[in-house]
Design a protein around this ligand. Sequence first.
Ligand code: GLN
Length: 487
Amino acid sequence: MMALHTQTLAELASGLAKGDFSSVEITQALLDRIALHNDKLNAFITLTSDAALAAAAQADAARASGSGGVLNGLPIIHKDIFCTRGVKTTCGSKMLDNFISPYDATVVEKLQEAGAVVLGKANMDEFAMGSSNETSYFGPVHNPWDLQCSPGGSSGGSSASVAARFAPAATGTDTGGSIRQPAALTGTVGIKPTYGRVSRYGMIAFASSLDQAGVITRSAEDAAMMLGVMAGFDTRDSTSIDEPVPDYVAALGESVKGLRIGIVRQHFDAGLDAETGARVKESIALLESMGATCVEVDLPNIDMSVPTYYVVAPAECSSNMSRFDGVRFGYRAKDPADLLDLYTRSRGEGFGDEVKRRIMTGTYVLSAGYYDAYYLKAQQVRQLIADDFKNAFADVDVIAGPTAPSPAFKLGDKADDPIAMYLNDIYTIGANLAGLPAISVPCGFVDNLPVGLHLVGPHFAEGTLLRTAHQYQQQSDFHTACPEDFK
Ligand code: GLN
């Protein structure tokens, strides 16, 4: 039998169904593995070992009695941005270091109802602001492919965990690239669905018009299994969309024959590492050999996506972060002299540098004298970018390009240079601004570090993205490679 940690969700599901092993055995094997290897990675903020073993025993009992959901007994990890009832939910911040959530996020609830077993809460950039996991109050996460490198961010604990085979799936969130960029940098699959496809209820807000939950896995098939459970209408999220959830798994088998792939010139310009670009082009050529066709498409305003995002996201962040005031919940400064001192010191001591930078930028672009010049202008450009995508999707089914401009970079390399850090999301941010679904799929290596192929689709084209990624994975084996020290 294949070692349990090497198996995908789909493989574990079939083994459980056949009675080859139990959920308790899987859970114990993965917890042992985490205990052995996590010191090298720092991928977790909280481990929920006892609860996991209890949930696994319950899943085994459900199976024995002929019940249980579609993920019954399968192990997963949650990014620590999702509220989990009775379990510490920190969002990577000192501000919430002592926060025990009184309720579950919808995503957490749905996965639990489907029978998934949660091993723990993954490390992440503070309030999901970052691209390297270095802004976490709990320290950086290391990339299993090279421990000196970043696993990407902000879902770095999720991506590192899946790459290191701690669990076959981990939830993530993506405001500007935080699922796809870490997936690319760790050789995993990461999908960010259409805005509104997955409920944001109980997902701690960063920039509400951009935030969307998704998942990191090793195979597109596993991503389809997870997304099918996570997606769906939720009355508790006013931006949730009331559209039926298709059977993503059932649609994976369809070939890519006739699929029209759009190629955007700006995605392959000087900012892209040459070797990374070569791997991406090879992967597109493979899809062509499988029957897809390539067409050049134009996104005339895409170069404005990073500056637009860095006005809109901080603006929304400054508003969302205002609830952390030391009064209602979260960190409170000791012995405040008066109310103002309580506010300023609680926020000053509770937030890290990057969060403060965003709050200050956001407050500035929303201020009376600058609102029209920055915030309003950014919203207008955002609409132009969304229109560009709409026009492009009149001619193509997906747009393909690199996920990130280079393979994983060394921890510390960009930490003092916010602009260099922000440019990591240059290819991913457009999809968030336009609310579009997008996926990153492992497409090769550069100097032994994985790189990703990025596919963006029109609204609600998750099925097309998952199927294209799955078909690609039938003809390539980059996603099966395991980092040497984690075999
Ligand atoms: N890296 C981007 C930022 O720092 C995106 C983060 C995200 O998607 N959560 O804002």
